[in-house]
Design a protein around this ligand. Structure first.
Ligand code: G4P
Ligand code: NA
Ligand code: NA
Length: 194
């Protein structure tokens, strides 16, 4: 997605250890116009799949996911990283290991929001090692829902996440595919056809 790539080139900051900071439009401050276009792009790509729910994980997945859900005219569900006070129903739950943070945490969704009738589009802001996305796939599987695809805003193609998801036979669409991150410079893989 050309506009996203341009925005990363202008506003993205490369931190050491292969981390891309995009807090001015995606992970902290959010640009709603750009998010709307991102959501529309995902919706267009997956519109023939009969998607009934969009699923993401808090916090930074929520912005792109809500716009994708709006474009598809379906609900958006975000998996929670900690149990909320009112989350007293039966839960779907999976553990997610973050290599970056070296911690394993539980993510969960109330069982009542996902059923065996659902066809799910998973959305996330970043794909790095793929553990968050894999956890979301597991939540869908526990519910008997079908995962129809995974939409990623920024894929770090030098990490193993994409390969992991493809090995699970999942179809992944990444709007920007980062090939390398070096001092102040981001290079991209050729854009995927949609
Ligand atoms: P994985 O799910 O792909 O295995 O990711 P990993 O454990 O490596 O990443 C943990 C967190 O860091 C995730 O957010 C992920 O979205 C984010 N992340 C990974 N690489 C980058 C990067 O290069 N830049 C930025 N800005 N974020 C990155 P989180 O902390 O779990 O969630 P959130 O609450 O911030 O959304
Ligand atoms: Na994040
Ligand atoms: Na995320």
């Amino acid at each position: 997605m050309e506009e996203l790539i341009t925005r990363i080139q202008i506003d993205g900051q490369v931190l050491d250890e292969g981390v891309l900071k995009v807090d001015s439009f995606l992970t902290h401050q959010v640009d709603p116009q750009l998010m709307a276009k991102i959501g529309e792009t995902f919706a267009t790509a997956f519109k023939e799949q009969g998607i009934t729910k969009v699923v993401t994980i808090e916090a930074s997945g929520i912005a792109p996911a809500i716009f994708a859900a709006q474009s598809l005219r379906v609900p958006m569900i975000f998996a929670r990283k900690s149990k909320s006070l009112t989350m007293n129903e039966e839960l779907l739950s999976a553990s997610v290991h973050s290599f970056t943070k070296q911690v394993t945490s539980q993510v969960s969704i109330s069982r009542k929001f996902l059923t065996s009738q659902d066809k799910v589009l998973i959305i996330d802001d970043f794909l790095a090692n793929g553990q968050a996305a894999k956890g979301l796939v597991e939540l869908c599987q526990q519910a008997g829902s079908q995962v129809c695809g995974i939409g990623i805003v920024i894929e770090k193609s030098f990490q193993e996440g994409r390969q992991l998801l493809e090995e699970l036979n999942l179809s992944v669409l990444s709007l920007a595919r980062v090939a390398t991150l070096s001092e102040g410079d981001v290079t991209f893989l050729k854009e995927e056809s949609q």
